[in-house]
Design a protein around this ligand. Structure first.
Ligand SMILES: Nc1nc2c(ncn2[C@@H]2O[C@H](COP(=O)(O)OP(=O)(O)OP(=O)(O)O)[C@@H](O)[C@H]2O)c(=O)[nH]1
Ligand SMILES: [Mg+2]
Ligand SMILES: [Zn+2]
Length: 352
């Protein structure tokens, strides 16, 4: 009995404390809020980079002679602060623009509001719920290489996800030093170029001026198989990024990424690079078939021209897509990709 009563009391106390905290947060004066950018998040804790200064800097308490200097973190543009969020805010992610307040006495901050997002990348979590991964991304760099060997269907998958999120894609063939004469990867690269996608070739320790110029001013998310050199590229573009890289061997064989948390790295004036393990899992299950089509622009004029309205594009003789593939007008492997992705989505939707 005694135990139960004690627990009840504790719950009551907890509720009271929670309520107190809530009112305190609601009473926050937000008129002097700073502008900030979420650069990293771990669970409910986030790191916010200061983008603006307060009208009046808080004054550092005077130190009496003989007493130790108390902790004091001045608010400066570019400094990064560990923050909590107000309880009524939605889940924040790397890339979010926020309003916040800093406490120089503790070096901690509190996020009070979130600015509307220009874009949002999501992925499904283990329970098939949509989980936000990064906000305000303006360009997605899909990195691929000849080693580890590229799965073209994975590139197609990324392209579909980019189209769904309404974010332009840039295909980057990395590890140029490994490319051999008549390498099939060059053909692959050319195929995407012909389809109208922007494609570049580079090597992490080579001249990256063209890539850097292209990324200027953008908020860029790097995606691609483990081991293709995403972190290496970011480290080369931003020498103090210090992203961990790894030899491909064990890690990628297990499908595990070396990079394990989503981090935003400032890149020149107003640009940022995001190294994310999560985005690689771009789920497509929450898309519908129409959205998949957006990642296959070459099929646009063919769809709807098959003999049968409900054509499966798999065995029908007068199928516009199959005929186009046979004549070489479109690539068979892209058609296969398209069919595989639409099948996957139909299956997933039947399961849910
Ligand atoms: N030959 C060659 N190797 C490279 C190049 N870029 C990166 N690598 C190597 O490829 C390996 C993997 O590089 P990472 O940068 O860790 O790859 P990642 O894409 O970040 O991998 P995850 O974090 O696991 O997703 C490392 O051993 C790099 O040294 C390149 O341009 N040429
Ligand atoms: Mg990495
Ligand atoms: Zn058809």
């Amino acid at each position: 009995m005694a135990l139960i009563r004690k627990r009840r009391l504790t719950e009551q106390q907890q509720r009271r404390i929670q309520k107190q905290q809530q009112t305190r947060q609601e009473e926050l004066d937000t008129s002097n809020d700073l502008e900030g950018l979420v650069v990293q998040h771990y669970g409910r804790q986030l790191e916010v980079q200061a983008l603006s200064l307060p009208d009046e800097q808080p004054i550092k308490p005077e130190v009496k002679t003989g007493e130790p200097d108390p902790f004091w973190k001045p608010i400066e543009i570019g400094t990064v602060w560990r923050c909590h969020t107000r309880t009524n805010l939605e889940a924040l992610v790397t890339g979010d623009r926020v309003k916040w307040q800093a406490d120089p006495n503790t070096g901690l901050g509190i996020i009070t509001a979130i600015h509307p997002r220009q874009s949002l990348l999501t992925r499904p979590d283990r329970y098939h719920k949509v989980k936000p991964v990064a906000a305000n991304v303006s360009l997605i760099v899909i990195v691929f290489a000849s080693f580890p060997e590229v799965a073209p269907s994975l590139i197609d998958r990324y392209i579909v996800a980019c189209a769904d999120a309404d974010i332009p894609a840039l295909l980057v063939l990395n590890k140029a030093d490994l490319i051999q004469e008549n390498d099939p990867i060059l053909t692959l690269m050319q195929e995407y170029r012909v389809l109208g996608y922007e494609v570049m070739q580079c090597q992490s320790n080579g001249d990256l001026t063209a890539l850097a110029d292209r990324l200027a001013g953008e908020t860029v998310a790097f995606v691609g198989q483990s081991g293709v050199g995403k972190s290496s590229l970011i480290n080369a573009l931003v020498p103090d990024a210090a992203q961990k890289t790894n030899i491909i061997s064990e890690n990628s064989a297990l499908g595990q990424h070396t990079t394990t948390s989503t981090r935003l790295i400032a890149f020149g004036e107003g640009a940022a690079l995001i190294d994310s393990p999560g985005i690689r899992e771009f789920g497509l299950w929450h898309l519908n078939a129409d959205k998949v089509q957006r990642g296959f622009p070459e099929l646009e004029n063919l769809l709807g021209h098959c003999q049968f309205r409900n054509c499966t594009h798999k065995h029908e003789k007068q199928c516009a897509l199959r005929l186009a593939a046979e004549s070489g007008e479109i690539l068979q492997r892209r058609l296969d990709s398209y069919l595989r992705l639409t099948d996957e989505i139909t299956e997933a939707q039947q399961k849910n």
